[in-house]
Design a protein around this ligand. Sequence first.
Ligand code: SUG
Length: 452
Amino acid sequence: MNNTTLEVNFDGLVGPTHNYAGLAYGNPAAMEHAYSVSNPRAAVLQGLEKMKILMDLGLIQGVLPPQERPHLKTLRGLGFRGSDSEIIQAAARESPSLLSAVFSASSMWAANAATVAPSADTQDGRVHFTPANLITQFHRSIESEFTARVLKHIFLDEAAFAHHPPLIRALHFSDEGAANHSRLCSSHSSKGLQAFVYGRAAFDFSEILPKVFPARQTLEASSAIARLHLLDPGATVFLKQNPESIDAGVFHNDVASVGNQNVFLYHEQAFTDARQAVRDLKTSFSRISEQDLVLIEVSSNRVSLQDAVQSYLFNSQLVTLPNGGMSVIAPYESAEKLITSDLLSEITADNSNPIESIHYVDIRQSMKNGGGPACLRLRVVLTEKERALTHQGVYLTLELYRELVGWANSYYRDRLEPGDLLDPELRMESKSALDALTEILGLGSIYEFQRE
Ligand code: SUG
């Protein structure tokens, strides 16, 4: 077996209860679209179409199953009693937001599922996973238990994969996973520079914080992950988000920067003391990989933070193609703004960077909740040997793609209003869809309702 190392993108499949509930404070798109009507079927199909585009580009694409929603276990833990319907009715009376939180399909944003370190970067030569505790947003905090289970299920070989539990559920260790983490390297198989980005240092009371919105990732969480993943401190950097960018709607750093291999595309206002931050990245990268980092800085004059947040330009996926060149997978919203589409065309035409093409994707259902192309995927760098040790049923093929499209068309609704969450049929449909999905992906009984 040849031991090529490749980046595999695992995308979160959108769940059948995808809805807009305005739960994510600090995420402008989600706040703006609160209580609007969603289309779960279109959402899952859009996600699948994006996955197929990557597969057709010759990349390896994985699928992560949605989580079981409504999450009645959470409501029971909060003291609601009775039958499933009674619990749901009582939660709705208590707080519509609580109800929508346990129905949220937010696990689709797999960039927040975990932080992953490839074996080339870890001292024990294993791939390390830490599911994010996501404690800043209640509806997301209920994802980590199932995420841990699914990751263990897919990456099941203990000699090759190390699974850490989510970090302690305390505000000081608030962790949002790979959305605030980039790995820069000369090739996927060589040791990389692990760049962690945090919004606040929880033990530093003198720090300047965002004035309006929460800083979701702490330095303490990022440092703990670096320790757990047995990373080389000399190949690890910690950069601070600019608090002004968080207040402008950059709730995760992947809304203001994206890196792939030796390329780093970022907004001028993404970091605190940006000049120094970028210098650190550049110096550390040259030391580790003996080559220069290709930095593409976008100035505020060219694209304001507001335009960056509206277009999700920086939430594009930057991927390496089989020919060694790179492609940008950008949301349609970036094509629709002249400022951002012109910029992307310029970047593609510029021979001083390896980016050679752009693919615009329609993921509007996710975008309305503030989730762009990069939010929907978890990157896992694997050698061929490691990939052979993973569960094979989750890798997209044309056959699996067709099967999943058929599955979505038969189980998903094309319209969901906030009031529909009370419809008992929705719960049943959701269970049937997930039950059928575990068959398709060969995952066995991973959901609570399959174990009861
Ligand atoms: O956590 N939106 C998600 C979007 C996550 C995007 N991920 C990355 N940037 N990597 C969030 O803010 C909205 C749910 C609602 O309001 O219904 C939501 O959770």
